[in-house]
Write a protein that binds this ligand. Structure first.
Ligand SMILES: Nc1ncnc2c1ncn2[C@@H]1O[C@H](COP(=O)(O)OP(=O)(O)OP(=O)(O)O)[C@@H](O)[C@H]1O
Ligand SMILES: [Mg+2]
Length: 283
């Protein structure tokens, strides 16, 4: 008998099957990448999960929903040169999605870009009618064109993030494997529950993703074990290792999936895509 591989908390790790090609596309499942803690791997996960899904033929749209525009930059677009962004779609009724969405160098992967203009939306939205559901309205015409829409949230629980949660079917929570990782997660879960109760009854937490995992340190293993204790199988089996290839690929403005296709970091995001498809969280 071959020995069963185990994940970092000791659960048997199946070989997630290679996803079958899709016969047709849409309607999209919308997933918000969310954690109000900064620098935990939201943007890296958005870009690389999207690229891994696109690689297996899924039509994917990334919504850059951070005024820093990191997802746009990470895909090679200079945000200050953009004339129209997700901000215009939210604030101007005449703007049309098709005019603002851009294709990327990756087949099957499109981007709805953002730049610093979006920082004004947080204030301007306060006086709008149905201010929490503006992004949901903006994305509605795109649902039939994509299999997955990934929203890269900014590190806050403000009105923009509430808009992302209201537009989403699922939430993915990246957690950096370090000591204070769980601080703030209770508040995030509480926010998700409020949005589910008041605005978006279908919303579910798809999974918690351990990022920047260093298997050589006892500390990282302890953090993952604590997350598993607290959240059970909401903790995804795939973990993303800590490697300098991620910052390197950001500098190159490419996903690691294409920048270093054979690197373990690329394999990890391909496994994440397969795991989410196997769980029914992505098409
Ligand atoms: N697995 C990893 N190993 C090493 N470095 C990583 C890893 N994942 C991300 N990084 C790096 O850590 C930094 C933060 O990552 P990222 O921008 O994805 O986080 P974020 O949660 O989107 O941050 P913010 O809250 O500022 O939007 C980046 O420099 C990125 O290249
Ligand atoms: Mg980010």
């Amino acid at each position: 008998m071959t020995e069963m591989e185990l994940d970092p908390v000791g659960r048997p790790l199946p070989r997630f099957p290679e996803p079958a090609p899709l016969a047709s596309h849409g309607p999209a499942r919308v997933i918000a990448m969310c954690n109000q803690k900064g620098g935990v791997g939201k943007t890296t996960t958005t870009i690389n999960l999207a690229a891994a899904l696109a690689e297996v033929g899924r039509r994917v749209l990334i919504v850059d929903f951070d005024p820093q525009g990191a997802a746009s930059v990470g895909l090679g677009i200079s945000p200050h040169e953009l004339e129209r962004t997700v901000y215009n779609l939210m604030m101007e009724r005449s703007a049309s999605l098709a005019e603002v969405v851009r294709s990327t160098d990756i087949p099957n992967l499109d981007l709805l870009p953002a730049n610093i203009d979006l920082s004004a939306a947080e204030v301007q939205l306060v006086s709008e009618v149905a201010r929490e559901s503006i992004l949901a309205r903006v994305l509605r015409p795109a649902l039939d064109d994509y299999d997955v829409i990934l929203i890269d949230c900014q590190p806050s629980l403000g009105l923009l993030t509430v808009n992302a949660l209201t537009a989403a079917h699922g939430v993915l929570i990246p957690l950096e494997c370090e000591f204070f990782a769980l601080r703030g997660v209770a508040l995030l879960v509480e926010t998700i529950e409020k949005v589910r109760d008041r605005l978006n009854p279908r919303l579910e937490v798809d999974g918690i993703l351990a990022t920047m995992y260093d298997s050589r340190t006892l500390h990282a293993r302890e953090v993952v074990a604590r997350v598993h204790e607290a959240f059970g199988d909401t903790l995804l089996q795939t973990v993303i290792g800590r490697t300098v290839k991620f910052p390197d690929s950001s500098v190159a403005a490419e996903p690691i999936i294409t920048y270093a296709s054979n690197h373990s970091g690329a394999s990890a995001y391909r496994q994440l895509a397969r795991e989410l498809i196997a769980r029914g969280d992505a098409a």
